[in-house]
Design a protein around this ligand. Structure first.
Ligand code: FES
Length: 242
């Protein structure tokens, strides 16, 4: 009988669990069969990273990962040398011990465990800076609308993984981080906050072009066209433990 031991995870399995696994199906399916509600946004089709787990025991006994899985793993939150996508690992005769990362980087899933957040969800320019030029630009946008503030979030995008999303908002999301920064009523999507912390938003004019620019110290890689970016998983882990 193959055993899977799941280390405690605050939301999904607070006390940890050890169970007799079903061989021939994936680790992800085994977890779901035990009512451990690990995310599986692509329905186990190796097209997301949300089922990412770390094998603390039994890693070397696993089936080989495919190129697709390796590519996706590069985008996983909290990547470790013994990380795998649980939907792509098949249970055999070897016992396994797994850790489910504290977060996934699926910014849009409603069932996602909350990202780390300030107790009162108040933010200041220590968390997120807005330059004078950017503040003037955002003020002008707000003045020409009936919105009460600006909301920033991350969304899946492009070849590198993520892009910034900036919205004029009228209604406040209860879960958002919020603060008045350089005169701008700013909201930050709670799950995006970790990855935006320390950012300075600037507004640049070059020749005939002008644009808002995010100087985000957490970004580790950008695609050639500058449209999208990704994060260093080690840094993301450090940020999460603050
Ligand atoms: S559920 Fe999407 S890759 Fe596993």
């Amino acid at each position: 009988m193959t055993k899977i031991k799941v280390l405690p995870h605050a939301q999904l399995c607070p006390d940890g669990l050890e169970f007799n696994a079903e061989k021939g199906i994936s680790v992800c399916e085994n977890l779901l069969n035990q009512d451990i509600d690990i995310e599986h946004a692509c329905e186990l089709s190796c097209a997301c990273t949300t089922c990412h787990v770390i094998f603390t025991e039994g890693f070397n006994s696993l089936n080989e990962s495919s190129d697709d899985e390796e590519d996706l793993l590069d985008k996983a939150w909290g990547l470790e040398p013994r990380s795998r996508l649980s939907c792509q690992t098949i249970v055999t005769d070897s016992d396994l011990e797994i850790e489910i990362p504290k977060y996934t980087i699926n910014m849009v899933s409603e069932n996602h465990p909350k990202a780390p957040r300030n107790e009162d969800k108040k933010i200041s320019s220590i968390d997120f800076e807005i330059s004078n030029k950017a503040a003037n630009h955002l003020s002008a946008m707000l003045n020409s609308s009936d919105s009460s503030g600006i909301r920033i979030s991350l969304m899946d995008s492009g070849c590198s993984g993520y892009a910034y999303k900036l919205d004029l908002v009228k209604n406040i999301e209860e879960s958002d981080f919020n603060g008045t920064i350089n005169g701008i009523n700013l909201f930050i999507h709670d799950k995006s906050f970790t990855f935006l912390k320390g950012t300075k938003l600037d507004f640049i004019q070059k020749n005939l072009n002008e644009e808002l620019v995010f100087n985000n110290p957490n970004v580790s890689a950008e695609c050639g066209c500058g449209e999208s970016f990704n994060f260093d998983s080690t840094l993301a882990t450090e940020l999460s433990s603050n």
